[in-house]
Design a protein around this ligand. Structure first.
Ligand code: MG
Ligand code: ZN
Length: 218
């Protein structure tokens, strides 16, 4: 490798190598996996909680949660019925393939159908670090505003599904759904989109159907 290759590129290629190893381990266990990303407070944990509750008895779900300091989110997923493992990133603002590589052996992958990885709340760097999961899911929410696809194009480009959470707040917040969706469509044409509310349960069915179909395709 020429010595002028930027350090960042070296880090990312080492990350990609390990992400490939993670994928092999997940595939070998016959599990389907998603990487859930969002800004803080968009509702990643609430979505995971509702998903685990709804799928209990149908699919065996495991969850790996990346958080800067606490295990509160993993505790919520465990209470909802998932096999949950916590990664404390020690201040890092994203998960990387190394962290997932270290966490995977702490779950009995072969006993699972679906593995949900909850990334650290951040709309910037998680998009740059492949983990080895099959699909990237972005959770957006109404109170964050309708301009997020325009401000964080890297994140919106790199995902296979967008969940728009907290639609129960639409009557109280200025949010132009058509403007928001146009932004997504330019960056990521045809990406699966689910408008829902984890509080009221409205719209959750479409998301659960999509996710279940992905697992069944494995
Ligand atoms: Mg959370
Ligand atoms: Zn980061």
């Amino acid at each position: 490798m020429p010595k002028n290759v930027p350090v960042v590129e070296k880090i990312l290629s080492a990350n990609d190598q390990l992400a490939r190893e993670n994928r092999l381990a997940i595939d070998a266990a016959g599990v389907f996996s998603i990487n859930v990303m969002a800004s803080p407070g968009a509702g990643k944990t609430s979505l995971i909680e509702q998903t685990v509750r709804a799928l209990t008895g149908k699919l065996r779900v495991g969850m790996i949660n990346g958080d800067i300091a606490t295990s509160l989110d993993a505790d919520r997923a465990a209470a909802a019925g998932a096999a949950a493992v916590q990664i404390n990133t020690g201040g890092d603002c994203h998960l990387d393939a190394v962290m997932l590589h270290d966490a995977l052996p702490r779950l009995d992958l072969r006993s699972l159908d679906l593995l949900i990885v909850e990334n650290v709340g951040n709309l910037v760097c998680p998009a740059s670090f492949a983990l080895g999961t099959h699909k990237n899911v972005l959770v957006a929410s109404i109170p964050e505003g309708d301009d997020k696809p325009y401000k964080y194009p890297g994140m919106y480009r790199g995902v296979e599904a967008v969940v728009i959470n907290k639609i129960d707040l639409l009557p109280y917040v200025t949010f132009r759904m058509d403007y928001f969706r146009q932004g997504i469509e330019v960056l990521n044409p045809g990406v699966a989109q689910f408008a829902l509310s984890c509080s009221t349960g409205e719209g959750l069915g479409g998301w659960l159907d999509w996710l279940t179909a992905q697992v069944r395709k494995r």
